[in-house]
Structure formats: structure tokens, C-alpha cells
Design a protein around this ligand. Structure first.
Ligand code: SF4
Ligand code: SF4
Length: 81
């Protein structure tokens, strides 16, 4: 187990969030979206925003926790790790 206070931990965390996360996917079907804003409100890292075109995600912020997909009433969001 790597100590969370160590320099190695910082490096692993940096590589994970800046490299590996980009190969994982977050998708939304904006045709299904009701623009209710529920997903935006529950995102723990404020990665979502509601626009006139539907919901948009900042993939640099998203930690793929799946909370938005779970709360969406019409299952418009799909998060794949
Ligand atoms: S998967 Fe989690 S972190 Fe990513 S946009 Fe949805 S709620 Fe936010
Ligand atoms: S929770 Fe679902 S329906 Fe509501 S804004 Fe988000 S994606 Fe759209």
C-alpha cells in the first residue's frame, strides 16, 4: 500500500487523473435528457453543467463515480470505466 502522504502517491495520482481517466468514458444522450439538473447538483467535483444544448461534462474533472448516471430519471448518462 502506498502512503497517501508520499511523493510516489502524488505521482501515481497525477498519472491516473491526467492519463488513464482519459481512456475511460462518460456519455450522455441529450435527446433523452429532460434538463432537470439533478445530475449537475449531485456531482461531487462540479464536472457537469447544464447548457442550452443539454448537459456537458468536464472530463478533466470527472472522477467516474457514476453518481450522475444513477440519479438520472431517464438513464440518459452512461459512465464506463
Ligand atoms: S461520474 Fe461522478 S464525477 Fe463524473 S460527472 Fe458524473 S457525478 Fe460527476
Ligand atoms: S439527471 Fe438526466 S435528465 Fe436530468 S439533466 Fe441530468 S442527464 Fe438530463
Amino acid at each position: 500500500m502506498i502512503n497517501p502522504d508520499s511523493f510516489i502517491y502524488d505521482i501515481v495520482e497525477f498519472i491516473y487523473f491526467n492519463c488513464l481517466c482519459r481512456f475511460m468514458s462518460w456519455n450522455i444522450n441529450n435527446r433523452k435528457c429532460l434538463s432537470c439538473g439533478a445530475c449537475v447538483g449531485v456531482c461531487p467535483v462540479n464536472a457537469l453543467r447544464l447548457t442550452e444544448h443539454g448537459v456537458e461534462v468536464d472530463k478533466n474533472k470527472c472522477i467516474l463515480c457514476n453518481t450522475c448516471a444513477t440519479i438520472c430519471p431517464v438513464k440518459a448518462i452512461k459512465v464506463e470505466k
